[in-house]
Design a protein around this ligand. Sequence first.
Ligand code: GRF
Length: 202
Amino acid sequence: CRVLVLISGNGSNLQAIIDGCDDNLEADVVGVISNKSDAYGLIRAHQNEIDTSCVIAHEDETRVEYGTRLKLAISKYQPDLIVLAGFMRILSDEFVQSYEGKMINIHPSLLPKYPGLNTHQRAIDASDKEHGASVHFVTPELDSGPVILQAKVPVYDEDTAETLAERVNQQEHAIYPMVVKWFSQGRLQMTDGAAYLDDLRL
Ligand code: GRF
């Protein structure tokens, strides 16, 4: 399974997936695309001899135009699976539809709670006792595709958005490589808007 990872920043999830693929004969990270030229994840890719591309948005470019350029960059890698790992651009509907069932994202909340930004602060402000991360198939509506796997963490009274983010991030590194493995084994599908692992509806 040819895995392409899209990033914008640190790339700690990218690293977890690279490490996971080392133990997974069925999956291979064939490329990393970033929309930021200074993303630390690009260095991680180079250290692991993985090809990289940058697709930087132009100031006056529409979402559709950006999507067209991104598609071209993606096609070079012929991926079976596109993994969004901290990729901070909203993609056009048309773009998302062209990779239906082949693109996954990780979001730092227990979806459907808290789509969008600032999830950790929102969980603290709501006095939630638990928080977490969700891996989901990407569909046109932001952070709303069918959930594949979640990890929960406790929220403590003394937590700040930073301490909570760190706890969630650790769990992300456990669940994201697992989902990539399932996909690479052909066990994961999206059918009629629902996620399935083998014959089990998730
Ligand atoms: C993660 O918390 C992920 O849930 C969110 O962006 C962050 C990316 O972190 N979408 P990293 O770049 O993988 O370290």
